[in-house]
Design a protein around this ligand. Structure first.
Ligand SMILES: Nc1ncnc2c1ncn2[C@@H]1O[C@H](COP(=O)(O)OP(=O)(O)OP(=O)(O)O)[C@@H](O)[C@H]1O
Length: 255
């Protein structure tokens, strides 16, 4: 389909004797908000790790706008426009909030040693742009006042927002969020839902989300894939998923 952003086919991942992901297939459209849900150990994070280049899948195809990604490392995958956050926030805790956003851009753009050494005009210009971009995202996330504070000393909710900002400074096409609501208070969860919708609307990103918080998932997602024991068991709109017997039994019924 022409507006498919991310395509995942026949994805499997084996760890020794354990088939952690088994025949997962789905696609994410341009600007779509798509969630993967399922009980603990269902294989959601493993799917994320395969897509984002942290694992090389045992089998399957992963393509971003038709371009094959399977087997590329996480750095290359990010350079293709697919970036992620982690279940447990991973920031450079001893760098300031601002530095985290600058480093993300340096790691993303291929730095040229010669222009860096001689601080050419083009180099200075790109440094200035990176700084403007970082400051924009600090403002956008309501973190400007913490620009010079060490990331590890920020409140947890702020660290989560900074992690999303760190993804956004690279102007991704797909933003992958691994349990972004974990550890947030009810107000922060509400703000997160607004933020996800706003990022899609203003920056045109597709969002792929793993989340246990059902009200966030049901409120924000256009389509949901449900996994159980590594396998996909349902895929559909929130309404369809909510009333799917297998899903109720496998997952929602647990709560
Ligand atoms: N690196 C690994 N080596 C071996 N087994 C792994 C590895 N990573 C995950 N697993 C196993 O694969 C299965 C799927 O785990 P995964 O973390 O993908 O599930 P999940 O759906 O993300 O769970 P949760 O909701 O608890 O985060 C689990 O049985 C897990 O123990």
């Amino acid at each position: 389909m022409s507006n498919t952003m991310l395509q995942v086919d026949s994805l499997s991942m084996r760890f020794g004797g354990l088939l952690a992901v088994d025949g997962v297939a789905f696609d994410v459209k341009e600007r779509e908000i798509f969630a993967i849900i399922g009980p603990n150990g269902a294989g959601k994070t493993t799917v994320f790790n395969c897509i984002s280049g942290f694992y090389r899948p045992s089998t399957g195809r992963i393509a971003l706008q038709g371009q094959d990604l399977a087997g590329l490392g996480s750095h290359s995958v990010a350079q293709h426009g697919l970036v992620r956050t982690f279940q447990n926030v991973r920031l450079f805790k001893h760098m300031t909030a601002l530095e985290n956003l600058l480093v993300a851009q340096h790691r993303h753009l291929s730095t040229n040693l010669v222009s860096g050494l001689f601080k050419t005009r083009a180099y200075r210009e790109s440094e200035r742009k990176a700084l403007d971009n970082a400051l924009h995202w600090l403002d956008y996330m309501g973190l400007r006042e913490f620009a010079n504070r060490e990331a590890g000393n920020l409140a947890y909710g702020h660290q989560r927002r900074l992690e999303i900002a760190r993804c956004m400074v690279t102007q991704p096409r797909v933003l992958m969020l691994d349990e972004p609501a974990a550890g947030l208070n009810p107000q922060e969860k509400k703000d997160l839902q607004g933020l996800i919708e706003q990022l899609r609307q203003q920056y045109g990103v597709a969002v792929l989300l793993i989340e246990h918080d059902m009200s966030l998932v049901m409120g924000v997602s256009e389509r949901i894939l449900v996994m159980e024991h590594g396998r996909p068991i349902a895929l559909g709109t929130p309404e369809a998923i909510r009333s799917d017997e297998r899903v109720i039994k496998a997952y929602l019924g647990e709560e």
